[in-house]
Design a protein around this ligand. Structure first.
Ligand SMILES: C[S@@+](CC[C@H](N)C(=O)[O-])C[C@H]1O[C@@H](n2cnc3c(N)ncnc32)[C@H](O)[C@@H]1O
Ligand code: SF4
Length: 453
């Protein structure tokens, strides 16, 4: 008897170009219909609610640019551009605060770039402004992305004094040949010193970012990196597949494509990293995070409270995320709004007294429902479609077409569908972005993405 569906190839599926779904609708579908005025009105509506908000502060500067980098950042060898940037940032915060009023803030995340290269006094001034405008909740989390090469004992103490209580360190790889190939040389002793400095300063909640799929990377080098990092015992790991997008990031053209692991090798590297981190006592969180079982993110994952936003996975329950800084994206219950990505445009708008929004997407139709389905799939690998539809006022919506298109995955035993409850089976979680893409009503209408694994 013939199989009812052609057997899908797992490898081919995980190599499909699909979005990372840190937002839905995804950024390629933002347009200039959302302006600073639109966003201002959205923020004024947020001010009417008692719910705490989350704040993202983007610092798009690094001392030098790593050739693999996919972030929005540029090089600054001196402090002057950073100080000038921070002055504009403070004016933007004032503009945002004027719309938000004295709201509560549950989470601050400094990202970049390398925010820890801001002079301590500059960070202090920004935080003093924030403390004046807003209230911080009792369980307030204050996180910062750090480059270990720029973490000193003195710097770590300064961050702790400013209230930073979670640090995210970019490690990527400890293999000297790979580090050389990505222009990011940071030997193990530099990484160990950054952990010690943070811990001695009292910042014990440490995340470490690791990567696979980098030029010259092998399974042996992944294993060595994972073993050394497991000895340092951070609270969380991220394991990101290198996204090679030279059409968007020109400096990635410096990477020799002939040295990149192929699709099969990437899959094996991702699986090896996951196995080693799990064997080391870490719980798998969503598609690319791992946490010690007593970490709040692990508890949130077990209890179905995990969320996904532009920074990846979080246990932060705030519905509104206000982003400040060039290129940063905000999310409110009404939709997404993105700041001008070029620093000059961003500065000009702020100096004219306007919110520097250039594009965004208002939620319309079933966007919020589809966003919730995609978020649950990427967080829990499971979703109860009718129940979620009902919660969004779409009683009777079963997503029959989407369920039908998943039939080959169900027949292969990778996905189960039972009375509208969709689940991606263990060992096939790598399919989460591919399954989520079936619920993306915008896919195929523009945008170019990276491979699923
Ligand atoms: C915005 S960077 C900031 C961290 C800090 N500047 C550093 O490099 O240590 C945050 C993380 O994004 C990840 N990342 C950067 N470029 C990437 C790419 N092209 N593909 C996948 N992940 C990437 C890295 O794991 C990095 O640690
Ligand atoms: S990886 Fe980090 S340090 Fe390197 S260029 Fe990107 S943001 Fe800067």
């Amino acid at each position: 008897m013939n199989a009812p569906f052609p057997a899908p190839s797992l490898d081919a599926l995980t190599r499909r170009m699909v979005p990372r779904y840190t937002s839905y609708p995804t950024a390629p579908h933002f347009s200039d219909q959302v302006t600073g005025e639109t966003y201002g009105a959205w923020l004024e509506a947020v001010a009417q609610s008692d719910a705490p908000i989350s704040l993202y502060i983007h610092v798009p500067y690094c001392r030098s640019i790593c050739t693999y980098c996919g972030c929005t950042t540029r090089a600054a060898r001196r402090d002057e551009p950073l100080i000038a940037y921070a002055a504009t940032l403070r004016r933007e915060i004032a503009l945002v605060a004027a719309r938000l009023g004295h709201v509560a803030v549950s989470h601050i995340h400094w990202g970049g770039g390398t925010p820890n290269i801001l002079p301590a006094g500059t960070m202090e001034a920004i935080l003093a402004d924030l403390a004046g405008y807003f209230r911080f909740t009792d369980d307030f989390e204050h996180a910062m992305e750090l480059d270990p090469r720029h973490v000193t004992a003195e710097g770590a103490k300064a961050l702790a004094a400013l209230g930073v209580n979670r640090a995210s360190l970019g490690i990527q790889t400890l293999d000297p040949a790979v580090q050389e190939a990505i222009a990011r040389v940071q030997p193990l002793d530099v990484v160990e010193a950054s952990f010690s400095a943070l811990r001695e300063a009292g910042i014990t909640a440490i995340n470490a970012d690791l990567m696979y799929g980098l030029p010259l990377q092998t399974e042996a080098s992944i294993a060595e990196t994972a073993e050394a990092m497991l000895r340092l015992r951070p609270a969380r790991f991220a394991s990101f597949g290198y996204a090679h997008v030279p059409w968007m990031k020109r400096h990635q053209t410096l990477i020799d494509e002939a040295t990149l692991p192929n699709g099969d090798a990437r899959l094996r590297q991702a699986a090896l990293m996951r196995d080693l981190l799990e064997a080391g006592g870490y719980q798998e969180i969503g598609i690319d995070h791992f946490a010690l079982p007593d970490d709040p993110l692990a508890a949130a994952a077990r209890e179905g409270r995990l969320r996904r936003n532009f920074q990846g996975y979080t246990d932060d329950e705030a519905v509104t995320l206000v982003g400040v800084g060039a290129s940063s994206i905000g999310r409110t219950p009404a939709g997404y709004a993105q700041n001008a990505a070029d620093e000059h445009g961003w500065r000009r708008a702020i100096e004219a007294g306007n919110l520097p929004i250039t594009r965004g997407k208002a939620f319309e139709g079933d966007d919020a429902l589809r966003a919730a389905i995609i978020e649950r799939l990427l967080c829990d690998f499971a979703v109860d479609l009718p129940a979620l539809a009902e919660r969004h006022g779409a009683v009777g919506e079963t997503f029959a077409a989407e369920q039908a298109s998943l039939a080959p995955l169900v027949a292969a035993g990778w996905v189960s569908l039972d009375g509208g409850r969709l689940e991606i089976r263990a060992h096939h979680h790598a399919l989460a972005r591919v399954v989520a893409a079936e619920f993306d009503a915008y896919l195929g209408r523009g945008g170019r993405h990276s491979v699923a694994v």
